[in-house]
Design a protein around this ligand. Structure first.
Ligand code: ADP
Ligand code: MG
Ligand code: MG
Length: 881
């Protein structure tokens, strides 16, 4: 009868990860493939769940099954548990469905005691190895299985090291190692009040129970909560017969990736350490050699391992990461899993696996996460540059920057105003520091996590940030900080990389990554899969050209207010201030300038839609600050012109401009304005036609809330369009933005007047929540996120439950009223992968986002389509171990 609570490696497969954990499932799969895996068995997650439900004893029947499994292992290996001449030893390794911190550390060489250690010494011909292994086992077992206070063990160890005059216990000679074991054991016995378990069966049972208990350890639980991993999955336990990489110079151990995890290059990449075991490689006790050195030491094992790597990739259809050991010239494979990789490597590997016939294009697309691309396209430290990392914190807001340290927001603002690049350094930031955050090129904090004030605000304004760099000791009074002995003074130059979290003293060259040919191919495949259109938010011809290169299918939002600033501001002010001829003359001037702007935009996007939003912001934004004007009047007095400006500014001053006279409301009070903009756009289109182009001008009216309001604005627009176009065949459309709850609720009322509706999700979020973004993002959002009062920042990821409901409702009712009505979204959510997934489900026609997020949106749209249609058949394999 098959055992109830455990399974031999040779009886399992890779798709049993739920039952065997990632590590166990992959050990089983490799065994099934005939790879040289030291034999063993996996105690299932089922047993763990039964243990957790019980009273602290191993589930009924498990002890007997362990005994039987050990007998099978003894038969396979020809060694006996507890044998005094050539003992069977095992490792006990935790391994859940998802790898997580806080689980029990692996116990090696379980089965050692004062009898078997002699057997190991004899069988290996290496007494030092035997006693050193025993010493490590007792240390490990006491700590992780018996829960003995580390300080007790540390005390004993340091005393013995002092006596022997060595720095590391591995340097103790055989007798001294033995003495240390004896001392450890009596310390342990004092601490636990019973004998140190010497019976290998008892050791094994205790270790299995300890792995089960570690599932509910504090760190493991916290991690699961953070990652949304259910608490009731449980962990498996892998019991595997030991192999020794430390049996002299014909042995060794290493780790190898089937491809380079940094670049994705298709050559094995890893480390190898001669005469070493297990964690020695990671611990960096001695300098390891590059993987290739294996060929010099053990050409046969090297060739065999290369074959193993090929077979793993063929089986897993992915880059794998492998732990291996050479024991006296014989190769053993101890673990594999799908390897972690950098973002560039993820793209390259996915594409090359398609070329190698191991993946379908759709699978390759599914392999790369949109958030990875986000990282890929942000500026980062130049990988070619040489620099020493001072410390590393959390990569809290992507991008890299170099600047001079300032320890207060005022200082940062003042120095930035003088043209200096400033990195604002604070223990943590608060809303009072907002002006400093805005002026700085980068932000560095020693405290706080990814939802701290600094992190949230920096992401909101797109400034690179490293947060929670807790090795930094910041002395605000002395205006300096120190890190591990290095002192950084006010004004010193530092660099931060908000993706990797690295902090460097001095300047590090920053590179803006170029899309690689591999990325272009991956995105082409994504384009074939996606349903959702992807357009760009672009206000200038340069942005439009860049957007087109990044794959934009048109412009979803061209904001015209940017065309009203700079040297054009005086003309705009004349338009606002003057009546009669002066007013119209100013409008004419603006018209000529706008026509040239639009012509360039239409040219850059020839053949694709260019959606021009008519002027949206309140007019006072183009006038001087009212308070300053009043102060000037009260102190020096104002001349006539000044008085006129003051009067206009007072006239346009509003208590709450965000809810005031802006968007379509403006056109009711400034009748010539929208007509001028539409005329400029249409004349630009006609000029493009004359030049042989295919312009597709779409006029977008902002902030509409009612049918009659939209109808009036649309009629005015068509009036001008028809006059200018005069019968020419053109793809001209007039539509509106949906930015208020009323517009969404009354989409059916707007629909008959519009060719398209575009959700302005920034404003829609502000108005749905009643959150003024600028105020709330700095002051309230970090608190809300930290306390879990909101699941995510709704300005970064669409609030599906609230704002999303309005979107769905508007689409449903709008389309019921006008079936051909086109729906898009413009706003930062258009480049956020989670939001894009929602927009696809909601049935939008396109999203529009900033040019550098276009690749993210294209990939996210493809992922959404795959999720909707289950088009990608990714093999059921365990990516964790
Ligand atoms: P981790 O998750 O930290 O990699 P592992 O369970 O893989 O933990 O093991 C820790 C180290 O011990 C690894 O280097 C592994 O290769 C080694 N190890 C585990 N089991 C054995 C074994 N049966 N024989 C030799 N080395 C082993
Ligand atoms: Mg570990
Ligand atoms: Mg491992």
């Amino acid at each position: 009868m098959a055992p109830r609570w455990l399974q031999d490696f040779r009886d399992g497969t890779a798709d049993q990860a739920d039952l065997l954990g990632g590590k166990g499932a992959n050990l089983a799969e490799m065994t099934r493939m005939g790879l040289p895996v030291p034999p063993g068995f996996t105690v299932t997650t089922d047993a763990c769940r039964a243990y957790m439900a019980g009273d602290g004893a191993l589930p009924h029947g498990l002890v007997a099954e362990l005994d039987e499994a050990v007998v099978r292992l003894e038969d396979t290996r020809g060694k006996q548990f507890g044998d005094a001449s050539d003992p069977l030893l095992v490792s006990v390794r935790s391994g859940a469905r998802f790898s997580m911190p806080g689980m029990m550390d692996t116990v090696l060489d379980l089965g050692l005691n004062h009898e078997t250690v002699k057997g190991l010494a004899e069988a290996s011909g290496d007494a030092h190895l035997a006693y050193d292994s025993w010493r490590r086992f007792v240390e490990m077992f006491a700590k992780v299985v018996l829960d003995v206070d580390a300080a007790i063990m540390d005390d004993v160890r340091s005393t013995h090291l002092e006596w022997a005059g060595v720095a590391d216990p591995s340097e103790l000679d055989t007798d001294a190692a033995h003495d240390l074991v004896v001392a450890y054991r009596s310390a342990v016995e004092g601490a636990i009040g019973r004998h140190f378990p010497d019976d290998p069966r008892e050791q094994l049972q205790a270790a299995v129970a300890a792995v089960f208990r570690s599932w509910n350890g504090r760190r493991a639980r916290d991690y699961r909560r953070m990652e949304g991993i259910p608490d009731d999955l449980g962990t498996a336990v892998n019991v595997q017969s030991m192999v020794f990489g430390n049996l002299g110079d014909d042995s060794g151990t290493g780790v190898v990736f089937t491809r380079d995890p940094a670049t994705g290059e298709a050559t094995p990449y890893g480390d190898f350490l001669l005469a070493a075991q297990g964690e020695d490689v990671v611990a960096g006790i001695r300098n390891s050699e590059p993987f290739g050195a294996l060929a010099d030491h053990f050409p046969d094992c090297h060739a065999e391992l290369l074959d193993v790597l090929d077979r793993l990739e063929e089986r897993y259809h992915d880059m794998c990461d492998v732990e291996f050991t050479v024991e006296q010239g014989r190769l053993w494979v101890l673990q594999t899993r799908v390897g972690k990789r950098s973002a560039p490597a993820a793209v390259r590997i996915a594409v090359e696996l398609v070329d190698e016939g191991l993946l379908e294009p759709a699978e390759a697309v599914a392999r790369v996460q949109p958030t990875q691309l986000e990282r890929l396209l942000h500026p980062g430290f130049d990988a070619e540059a040489a620099f020493d990392v001072l410390t590393t914190g959390l990569g809290a807001s992507p991008g890299a920057a170099s600047g001079h340290v300032a320890f207060t927001a005022d200082e940062a603002e003042a120095r930035a105003a003088d043209g200096e690049s400033v990195i604002l350094v604070r223990p943590e930031t608060s809303p009072e520091d907002l002006h400093g955050l805005i002026s700085a090129v980068g932000v560095l904090t020693s405290r706080g996590g990814l939802v701290s004030h600094a992190a949230v605000v920096a992401r909101g304004i797109g400034t690179p940030a490293v947060c929670g760099a807790d090795e930094l000791v910041i002395d605000l009074d002395a205006q300096r900080m120190s890190v591990n002995g290095t002192v950084v003074e006010d004004g010193d130059l530092v660099s931060i990389d908000g993706t990797t979290g690295e902090v460097v003293l001095g300047e590090v060259p920053v590179v803006v990554p170029e899309p690689t040919p591999e990325l272009a191919r991956l995105l082409d495949w994504a384009d074939d899969l996606r349903r959702l259109g992807v357009r760009a938010n672009a206000d200038t011809p340069e942005d439009a050209r860049r957007a087109r290169a990044f794959g934009a299918e048109g412009i979803g939002l061209c904001r015209t207010e940017h065309m009203f600033l700079g040297d054009r501001l005086p003309i705009v002010q004349r338009m606002i201030l003057e009546d009669g001829d002066g007013h119209w003359a100013a409008l004419d001037e603006l018209h000529d300038l706008q026509r040239a702007d639009f012509e360039a935009m239409l040219e850059a996007m020839d053949g694709l839609p260019v959606t021009v939003r008519l002027l949206d912001p309140p007019l006072h934004e183009f006038l001087p600050d009212l308070t300053e004007l009043r102060i000037a009047e009260a102190t020096d007095g104002l001349d006539d012109a000044g008085q006129e400006v003051l009067a206009a500014t007072e006239h346009w001053d509003e208590h709450n401009p965000m809810l005031g006279i802006r968007g379509v409301r403006l056109s009711a009070l400034e009748p010539g304005l929208y007509r001028m903009q539409v005329r400029a756009l249409m004349e630009a289109a006609m000029a493009r036609v004359a030049a042989g182009g295919t312009p597709r001008p779409h006029v977008m009216i902002p902030l509409t809330v009612s049918g009659p309001e939209l109808a009036a604005a649309v009629a005015e627009a068509w009036d001008v369009i028809e006059e200018v176009v005069d019968g020419t065949e053109l793809d001209v459309r007039v539509g509106t933005m949906v930015e208020t709850p009323r517009a969404a609720l009354r989409a059916a009322e707007l629909a008959p007047h519009a060719d398209f509706c575009s959700f302005g999700t920034n404003d829609l979020t502000q108005m749905t929540f009643g959150f003024s973004r600028d105020d709330v993002e700095a002051r309230l959002m970090p608190v809300y996120l930290q306390r879990g009062l909101l699941p995510a920042d709704p300005f970064a990821t669409i609030d599906v439950d609230g704002v999303g409901r309005l979107v769905e409702l508007a689409i449903e009712e709008g389309r019921a009223a006008a079936p051909d009505l086109e729906f898009g979204v413009c706003g930062e959510h258009g480049g956020d992968p989670a939001s894009v997934a929602f927009f696809d489900r909601a049935g939008l026609d396109y999203v529009s986002c900033s040019p550098f997020r276009l690749p993210v949106a294209r990939l996210a749209a493809a992922h959404a389509a795959l999720a909707a249609g289950d088009a990608a058949t990714v093999p059921a394999i365990s990516r964790e171990a």
